[in-house]
Design a protein around this ligand. Structure first.
Ligand SMILES: Cc1cc2nc3c(=O)[nH]c(=O)nc-3n(C[C@H](O)[C@H](O)[C@H](O)COP(=O)(O)OP(=O)(O)OC[C@H]3O[C@@H](n4cnc5c(N)ncnc54)[C@H](O)[C@@H]3O)c2cc1C
Length: 409
């Protein structure tokens, strides 16, 4: 493979301008790199297929990037307390902090993605909305740029040392380069949710029932998001007549929860979405993948945005270093895969299993019983979701044995 040519107009072209793409573009531009950011949509706009939780670790990224105050200024409420209703018991507590960040936020995507896009532009990123990437330019065996098809019908080409695909699970960059897929799994489940005025919540509430996971949390504009994840077959039935089916489902889940939701004023219709999971090799000559384009998790742990922030930072550090050492560029950027997988794969596998919403095994029932006897360990369990306690640490057999022994004692 030939070395990247230094004469190109941009150091990086980033395809897709939501949480993964805008953060990647912003971070590279802040490092002094010339960046073109493209999206086929006229962003910012809402993204309907997301419940938009940003966990403590993601909030820590926003704080380090100087964007947390902007998020707070939008009126988005901090989410501190976890409440996990298991039917026979309720676990409640706070997750360990990530740096200074001891809360989560769930901003609507027009708020979050808009804020990131503004920050990218302020850093010097050139953003072109309504610009779909229609194909890649390949020269001497490496990706050298993109073909852009604008909404007004014009076709252009742009070149860069690296093209970063941040265009979600159906990534055109991934398809065009034939990025290898692994650990893929079909869609486990689907969620049905809506937004409500005047729906009080104790920060974050989760209801675990056979084949179901209920969830409620505050977002911005004094709204609350409330919904339930179901196995695929049940989700399809509920989505056919969501008004009646959700009323019945909430009632069966917890009558007092149903009363609270039904007394609130719903804004807009019920939404429904789900996704398969896939990991892709995220780098190759002249290209890389970040966010869902490279790794899409089962959404049950609501981890995609938090992952995207972390991976944007990892990838940008490597691209920046690689640009200073053109002869080693591809080797340096290739280090992203191991770094990403070390952080993401344990959670990926955990989410894949949890997303099946199968009845708990006796081991899991025993674990939750033991957790109700240990507040510190309950809070560590919440830290798995907040991404402040590694999955491997919490589920280490010695740790689980210790927790169970505590309960027996
Ligand atoms: C039901 C459900 C609930 C979820 N809930 C949560 C949650 O609570 N918290 C959480 O963290 N994650 C959640 N997720 C996952 C989260 O939505 C994703 O991880 C996240 O949106 C990925 O961001 P991204 O920037 O990688 O891609 P996307 O958000 O998919 O953005 C991709 C962008 O690329 C653009 N694009 C696509 N193709 C092209 C092209 N050819 N040219 C130019 N532009 C292009 C699109 O217009 C889009 O703007 C959920 C997912 C589902 C399905």
């Amino acid at each position: 493979m030939s070395d990247p040519k230094p004469s190109r107009r941009y150091d990086a072209i980033v395809v897709g301008a939501r949480c993964a793409g805008s953060s990647t573009a912003m971070l590279l531009a802040r490092l002094g790199r010339r960046v073109l950011l493209l999206d086929r949509r006229d962003l910012p706009e809402d993204l309907k297929a997301s419940t938009h939780m940003v966990w403590h670790s993601g909030v820590d990224s926003l704080a380090r990037w100087g964007l947390l105050e902007r998020l707070q200024a939008t009126g988005c409420r901090p989410l501190r307390r976890f409440n996990l209703d298991l039917g026979e018991a309720v676990l409640t507590g706070l997750a360990p902090a990530a740096g200074e960040a001891d809360v989560a936020y769930a901003p609507r995507r027009y708020v979050l993605d808009g804020l990131l896009l503004d920050a990218a532009r302020e850093a010097g990123v050139e953003f072109r909305p309504n610009s779909a990437v229609a194909g890649l330019l390949v020269e001497d065996g490496r990706v050298a740029g993109v073909r852009i098809s604008a909404n007004d019908g014009t076709e252009t080409e742009e070149r860069a040392t690296i093209v970063v695909g941040a265009e979600g699970i159906n990534s055109l960059v991934a398809r065009s380069v034939g990025a290898e897929e692994y650990s893929a799994h079909p869609r486990n489940a689907g969620s049905v949710w809506a937004y409500f005025n005047d729906l009080p919540v104790d920060d974050m509430e989760f209801y675990s029932r056979p084949g179901r996971m209920g969830f409620l949390w505050y977002t911005n504009d004094n709204m609350t998001l409330a919904g339930i994840s179901f196995d695929n077959a049940t989700c399809a039935v509920v989505a056919r007549n969501p008004d009646a089916a959700m009323r019945d489902e909430l009632e069966a889940m917890d009558p007092s929860l149903a009363r609270r939701v039904l007394a609130a004023k719903r804004k807009g219709s019920w939404l429904t979405a789900g996704t398969r999971g896939v990991c892709r090799r995220p780098t190759g000559p002249g290209w890389s993948l970040v966010g869902d384009a490279g790794l899409t998790m089962d959404p049950i742990t609501a981890a995609g945005i938090t992952n995207a922030f972390r991976d944007a930072e990892l990838l940008c550090g490597l691209i920046h270093r690689g640009l200073d050492e053109p002869a080693r560029f591809d080797d340096i950027v290739a280090g992203f895969e191991d770094q990403r997988n070390a952080r993401s794969m344990p959670l990926y596998e955990f989410a894949r299993e949890m997303g099946k919403l199968e009845p708990p095994t006796q081991d899991i029932i025993d674990l939750f019983r033991a957790l109700s006897a240990s507040q510190a360990d309950t809070e560590d369990y919440f830290g798995v979701f907040a991404q402040t306690v590694p999955v491997t640490r919490f589920f280490d057999p010695d740790n689980l044995a210790r927790i169970r022994a505590l309960a027996i004692a």
